[in-house]
Design a protein around this ligand. Structure first.
Ligand SMILES: Cc1cc2nc3c(=O)[nH]c(=O)nc-3n(C[C@H](O)[C@H](O)[C@H](O)COP(=O)(O)OP(=O)(O)OC[C@H]3O[C@@H](n4cnc5c(N)ncnc54)[C@H](O)[C@@H]3O)c2cc1C
Length: 396
């Protein structure tokens, strides 16, 4: 694969021309409706991601060196707005938003060459192996061990809630190389081949009936030491980079996506004659104000990344705003739709293929994944309001 393809970006192109060019590209190459079969859907998404990459329209914030667009901030906002508007599939797995910033910042040049472009093109899918049955919010207590043996590490233990594990080619994992008592000082960042002997993935069923996440077991899995990012026992520092980005990266895209979803809900309620009710209008105005706040805060977060290289505590504010919003908008929709809103998508009377019900069920988990609501509130309390540090958590 060559990264020296033409990235179509005339230097002095005005913002509105850039927007029009993006809109035209997404419309001309739109992959159409997603196939129902999960395997076909993965192949369909991969083909779309490759189209984006090959035409220079992947990775709006990524360095050009690794196949991205390296857009200035205002252009990233436009990109996310048009991406959400076009209703095209987003990245597969969690590598792009979480692992990639860490790889870009800390990996060796050879590792960057090996991993980044295939990840951006969708040729490889990455999943995050951090949480364990006994280590969620308190991640420094994780127990999956990695023992050094010559040029390899031997990994044993269990991860849980690993999103997209079933489709993954690689896990970016935190493993214990120090003693258990070493907590965050004995953690290493390893990239593990998901098909290596000794890896077992067991899907977990979620509230919607889908299998978004899985348990992952490692039984003496041999991992080349060349797959370690950063120094041994320095993984916690690296993980903190990626967690900040996880909260931030999705924010711009979600702000644009929920802008569209709110308009779609308004249209549905108009069709059903609900807008005459002042109480309904009152709720809609509240959601309208919040979706604007989500956008401004997302811009602030991306601004922090561009100015300081790290997402600040504003990313936790973003996460809190978005998760509360997405739970509330779906709850409001399901309430208003009444019994029809509770029908499964195969029922003839189902409203819009049950999208509001499925969204309602799916977003119950939003205040847990990527750090629970309570942990985000702790971060805001300590890092924005300067309140005392939680003694149960690792030092900042
Ligand atoms: C949809 C979804 C996708 C996920 N995807 C991934 C993934 O891809 N990879 C991955 O590694 N993990 C993933 N997770 C796991 C997620 O990161 C953890 O669930 C989360 O960190 C919480 O950990 P826990 O479930 O062990 O809960 P616990 O940490 O045990 O928390 C239990 C309760 O105690 C509260 N609590 C804990 N500590 C404190 C504290 N110090 N102060 C105040 N309250 C506290 C929590 O807020 C929570 O209400 C996913 C989770 C979900 C829901």
């Amino acid at each position: 694969m060559t990264l020296e393809r033409e990235v179509a970006a005339p230097v002095a192109e005005p913002d509105e021309a850039f927007r029009a060019r993006l809109r035209q590209f997404f419309a001309a190459h739109h992959p159409g409706r997603a196939p129902k079969d999960p395997g076909e859907r993965i192949a369909w998404t991969k083909a779309w991601l490759a189209t984006l990459f090959d035409n220079g329209y992947a990775g709006p914030g990524w360095p050009r060196e690794f196949g991205g667009m390296e857009l200035p901030f205002a252009r990233q906002v436009i990109y996310q707005e048009e991406f959400a508007r076009a209703r095209v599939p987003g990245p597969l797995g969690t590598g792009l938003n979480i692992a990639a910033p860490t790889i870009i910042k800390y990996a060796l040049p050879e590792q960057k060459r090996r991993w980044l472009a295939p990840m951006l093109r969708g040729d490889t899918v990455w999943a995050q192996g951090y949480s364990e049955p006994e280590a969620g919010s308190d991640l420094p207590s994780l127990r999956t061990t990695a023992r050094r043996d010559g040029d390899e590490y031997v990994v044993s233990g269990q991860k849980v809630w690993t999103s997209h594990a079933g489709d993954a080619d690689f896990f970016f994992a935190l493993v214990r190389t120090g003693t258990r008592a070493s907590r965050q000082k004995g953690i290493t960042y390893l990239v593990i081949d998901a098909r290596a002997p000794g890896v077992q993935v067991r899907p977990l069923r979620d509230l919607t009936g889908g299998h978004l996440f899985a348990e992952v077991f490692f039984d003496d899995v041999r991992v080349p030491a060349a797959n370690r990012i950063g120094e041994e026992n320095d993984g916690w520092r690296l993980a903190r980079t990626s967690l900040g980005h996880e909260r931030a990266a999705g924010a711009l895209n979600q702000a644009a996506m929920y802008r569209r979803v709110l308009t779609e809900l308004e249209e549905l309620l108009r069709e059903r004659g609900e807008l005459a009710d002042p109480l309904v209008r009152d709720r809609l105005v509240d959601l309208e104000i919040r979706v604007q706040l989500i956008r401004y805060n997302a811009e602030r977060t991306v601004g922090d990344i561009l100015a300081r290289g790290e997402a600040g505590a504003a990313s936790s504010v973003s996460r809190l705003l978005i998760t509360a919003f997405e739970q509330d908008i779906h709850e409001f929709a399901v309430d208003l739709l009444g019994p029809a809103g509770l029908l499964g998508k195969s029922a003839p009377q189902a409203v819009q293929r049950s999208r509001w019900l499925l969204g309602f069920l799916r977003t119950r988990a939003s205040t847990i994944g990527a750090g629970t609501r309570e942990i985000q509130l702790n971060t805001v309390a300590e890092q924005v309001l300067d309140l005392p540090h939680d003694p149960g958590m690792p030092p900042r």
